[in-house]
Write a protein that binds this ligand. Structure first.
Ligand SMILES: Nc1ncnc2c1ncn2[C@@H]1O[C@H](COP(=O)(O)OP(=O)(O)O)[C@@H](O)[C@H]1O
Ligand SMILES: [Mg+2]
Length: 270
């Protein structure tokens, strides 16, 4: 396994699904953490005003990011990407992982005109970002509004996490449509998470998802439902990750395998 910068330059991976609780934010943090540990320079962008990703990684203060002493005293957040404003990224405790946080009041972004989608995509083409980072991961809100569409439009690659529930499968049709509309050909995978492989109904829904998206797009290294993952995001700004577990731990092995799979799909791993 060899990690290197993608031959196509900066990889921008949008993690999207208008359904909540499918593991988008968990995937963003733990995939980012894995890539960082491999030496890739990672920027996580939080576009969800619920700020779950931000509060996993940095101290939040009344719905906005507390300003670390390293920064110049300005509260930068991901809304600047819709306005061509300045940004500065926040350091995190994860190796090689920086964050552009969201803030609670960014719900207003969903009211921006559709032109904001282009603005955002243009911003992410800034050459400086390509100099500073190898991988940008964009975490999106559970909606099909401006923020999620902007993330998909700006992305070089899109990943859709799903959970094995009938409703989730029904929603997947709509998500595939949205990704096709905003950025045809960008979908690199549909990743089942929170799976209990002992349950026939889970296996059935995954088989149906596979039929819907095709063998190539259904990520075979799926993520199981595990109590240890559930508790990892309980402590603010002190992310525990699966990679802190013993190397032989099934949970760690599963996340490493899935991460390598996804990094191969985006061209960062050979
Ligand atoms: N594999 C997993 N096993 C158990 N709990 C999980 C797993 N993945 C995510 N969770 C938990 O499910 C909840 C929703 O996950 P999250 O990543 O926030 O989803 P989303 O961002 O799509 O809303 C969180 O409490 C998270 O800790
Ligand atoms: Mg989330």
């Amino acid at each position: 396994m060899e990690m290197s910068r993608s031959p196509n330059g900066l990889v921008k991976l949008a993690i999207a699904n208008n359904k909540g609780g499918v593991g988008k934010t968990t995937e963003a943090v733990f995939l980012g953490a894995f890539a960082g540990l491999q030496g890739l320079r990672v920027l996580l962008i939080d576009l969800d005003p619920q700020c779950n990703l931000s509060s996993m990684l940095i101290t939040m203060d009344g719905g906005a990011a507390a300003i670390p002493p390293e920064l110049d005293g300005v509260r930068y957040d991901s809304s600047a990407l819709f306005e061509n404003g300045d940004i500065d990224v926040y350091p995190t405790k994860l190796e090689n992982v920086s964050l552009l946080p969201c803030k609670a009041e960014n719900t207003y972004l969903e009211g921006l005109p559709a032109s904001a989608i282009e603005q955002f995509a243009e911003y992410l083409q800034h050459p400086e970002l390509a100099e500073l980072f190898d991988l940008i991961i964009i975490d999106t809100p559970p909606a099909k509004g401006i923020c999620s569409r902007a993330a998909v439009r700006a992305a070089t690659d899109v990943l859709i996490p799903i959970i094995p529930e009938q409703k989730s499968l029904e929603g997947l049709y709509g998500m595939l449509d949205m990704v096709n509309q905003e950025n045809q050909g960008s979908l690199i995978g549909v990743l089942p998470t929170k799976v209990d492989t002992r349950l026939a109904v889970h296996r059935k829904i995954i088989a149906e998802s596979r039929e819907l998206v095709g063998d190539d797009l259904l990520v075979e290294d799926l993520i199981k439902e595990r109590p240890s993952i559930k508790t990892m995001d309980l402590l603010d700004a002190a992310p525990e990750t699966p990679y802190g577990l013993k190397p032989s731990h099934d949970c760690r092995k599963e996340w490493e395998k899935m991460s390598v799979n996804v990094l191969q799909r985006v061209g960062l791993c050979r």
